[in-house]
Ligand binder design. Structure first.
Ligand SMILES: Nc1ncnc2c1ncn2[C@@H]1O[C@H](COP(=O)(O)OP(=O)(O)O)[C@@H](O)[C@H]1O
Ligand SMILES: [Mg+2]
Length: 361
């Protein structure tokens, strides 16, 4: 029993003024108090222990949190390093995709330059002959004939100049494609751009495989005029879509593969200006006007189970070495960067239509 209670107990037990019954009652009360006290002490002790344990746990938790914070910091640093590496790799990929498409173009460009070059060569030869004849006529004193020949030569020289300029334009276009994009928007003739790439891509594929044949169709809306875009970038998108379309139709032949005996591979490029009042897309809200460039083919179409994958980087169904799987993903990024949309409609067995939709600012 608690020692203070013990003192009280001794005091009561020795008291002559208390009856034995009163002493018994007091003893019971004292014992009850003692029990309560003991319980209270026990509880206090337990609380202390809990407090100490909690403090230890808290310390451990703090330490653990600190460790975690450090780990996260390290992970962040590692992530940021990988991000930098990824960015570098991406830049390189874009460059190699660009080089690949330039390779595809080379044959087309050579073909395109061949025509003006032939003109230049022929007209130069003819003019040299004309000059000889002119000298003869002059020697004979036939000034009128000599004058006529001089006029012919002048016209030939003009033709040489026109075709020389055409070759010059083609080479400049090629350089523009291989050059790093200026990243600058400039007023661009979308119809001319699409036409140029359609022909280059076609001659490119024909140079590699001269059995390849396709009908090219164009339907250009003259109302488009000049559109503010980054021409090298939009040119690449158009080229990617056209190259894919040619590949798609090329898989349909030779018969009896898929196309059937009357199959005529056809690639069509269509441009359209959505007039604000024509009820076309975009005219409903805020007067935004759109230009659409569509590339359609009557190839095999795209199976629905891969349709949501085709815009992913590296997704390709082409044999190794034939596809990078980057064309559509890069195209998608370029069109998005122009504030536009790149969409596809396709029907298995019938073909595909890829549509670039660009806002006109
Ligand atoms: N016109 C098309 N017709 C059918 N499939 C297409 C067409 N265009 C793209 N695809 C599909 O989308 C895939 C990804 O295209 P792309 O990103 O240009 O990469 P790649 O041409 O290198 O394969 C192609 O491998 C093909 O499966
Ligand atoms: Mg492609």
């Amino acid at each position: 029993m608690n020692q203070h209670l013990q003192v009280l107990l001794t005091f009561f037990q020795d008291s002559p003024h208390l009856s034995p019954e009163e002493k018994a009652t007091l003893l019971k009360s004292l014992k009850d108090v003692d029990k309560d006290l003991e319980i209270a002490l026990f509880k206090l002790d337990r609380t202390e222990k809990v407090k100490r344990t909690t403090a230890i746990l808290l310390e451990e938790t703090i330490e653990e949190l600190e460790n975690k914070r450090k780990a996260i910091e390290e992970t962040n640093a590692a992530l940021s390093r990988s991000l930098d590496e990824l960015k570098a790799a991406q830049t390189q990929l874009i460059q190699s995709e660009k080089m690949a498409s330039l390779g595809e173009l080379t044959a087309g460009i050579a073909h395109e330059i061949q025509n003006p070059l032939n003109f230049v060569n022929n007209f130069s030869e003819v003019s040299a002959e004309l000059l000889d004849e002119m000298k003869d006529e002059l020697a004979k004193g036939n000034t009128q004939d000599a004058m006529d020949m001089a006029e012919d030569i002048k016209q030939n020289l003009q033709k040489i100049l026109i075709h020389g300029k055409r070759a010059d334009g083609i080479v400049k276009g090629m350089l523009q494609h291989s050059r790093k994009s200026t990243g600058q928007k400039e007023p661009t003739d979308i119809n001319a751009l699409a036409d140029e790439y359609l022909r280059l891509a076609y001659h490119g594929i024909r140079a590699k495989d001269n059995s390849f044949n396709a009908t090219l169709k164009t339907d250009f809306d003259p109302a488009i005029g000049l559109i503010n875009v980054i021409p090298q970038d939009i040119g690449r998108v158009i080229l990617n879509l056209i190259t894919n379309a040619f590949y798609a139709v090329s898989t349909m032949t030779p018969y009896p593969l898929k196309g059937g005996p009357d199959y005529q591979p056809t690639v069509t490029v269509t441009t359209k200006y959505q007039h604000p009042l024509s009820g076309g897309r975009g005219s409903e809200e805020s007067g935004v006007q759109w230009v659409t460039i569509s590339v359609s083919d009557n190839g095999p179409g795209i199976p629905s189970h891969i349709l949501d994958k085709i815009f992913q980087p590296f997704f390709t169904t082409k044999p190794t070495g034939q596809g990078t799987g980057l064309g559509l993903s890069l195209s998608y990024d370029i069109v998005k960067a122009h504030g536009g949309e790149l969409k596809v409609e396709t029907k298995e067995g019938e073909g595909s239509v890829f549509t670039i939709q660009l806002p006109v600012s």
